[in-house]
Design a binder for this molecule. Structure first.
Ligand SMILES: CC(C)(COP(=O)(O)OP(=O)(O)OC[C@H]1O[C@@H](n2cnc3c(N)ncnc32)[C@H](O)[C@@H]1OP(=O)(O)O)[C@@H](O)C(=O)NCCC(=O)NCCS
Length: 182
């Protein structure tokens, strides 16, 4: 992919949710080995359920010369984000993904920066998100934008998706990060 070509971060159009769901399915397939057989369908099903998220979140996409290369969901009111428990008045970020062949070009950063811009516009006091220690690019990106750890809001992945902890070989923490906008 040519980094010099035009990249736009914008709201998804009404006919794009299916393409966004396909992009998310492709990207998150990399995490299949991290989940047990019973947790995986719930984990992936929740990630690709773009239409349900449209009710309470803004679906943002990165478009590179007309090609959908990345996406993120911003909840202006984080208490509306299912599975997580953020304080009132916070925004939250979910399901950030960039196509593998478009990485390292600043697309993920642009999507996250757009979320921060929009959250500030909405008057959010802070932004919360969950990631994982093995999502190394994402963790580095969030930290470079000023996000800090908030371990008290970590959630064990099985508890988050199927209501019980996964066996030790699959168990990991969805690690909480936050950015203070005050
Ligand atoms: C995380 C992700 C969205 C980053 O997208 P991206 O477009 O490659 O990111 P960018 O090019 O904007 O890079 C942003 C930062 O990520 C980090 N980064 C990017 N590529 C990296 C790599 N190969 N290794 C380590 N860090 C990397 C860097 O800190 C970079 O900052 P820099 O601009 O100072 O170098 C992408 O890797 C992805 O989709 N990963 C799989 C899904 C995922 O983990 N989502 C997050 C769930 S919480």
């Amino acid at each position: 992919m040519d980094p010099a070509t035009r990249q736009v971060v914008r709201d998804a159009t009404p006919d794009e949710p299916a393409a966004v769901a396909a992009l998310l399915a492709d990207v998150y397939a990399a995490f299949r080995p991290r989940l047990s057989d019973d947790a995986w369908p719930r984990y992936l099903g929740e990630i690709v359920d773009v239409r349900s998220r449209l009710v309470d979140s803004q679906l943002i996409v990165a478009d590179h010369d007309g090609l959908l290369v990345g996406t993120v969901a911003l909840y202006p009111e984080a208490t509306r984000s299912s599975l997580e428990h953020w304080p009132e008045g916070w925004a939250s970020i979910r399901a950030l993904a960039v196509r593998a062949d478009a990485r390292g070009l600043g697309v993920g950063r642009s999507l996250a920066v757009e979320c921060i811009r929009r959250a500030r516009l909405c008057g959010a006091k802070a932004i919360g998100l969950h990631t994982a220690s093995f999502m190394t690019s994402a963790t580095r990106l969030y930290r470079s934008l000023g996000f800090e750890r908030r371990p008290d809001d970590d959630i064990e992945v099985g508890e988050m998706f199927i209501g019980r902890p996964l066996p030790p070989e699959f168990s990991w923490q969805a690690q909480a990060y936050w950015l203070d906008l005050a």
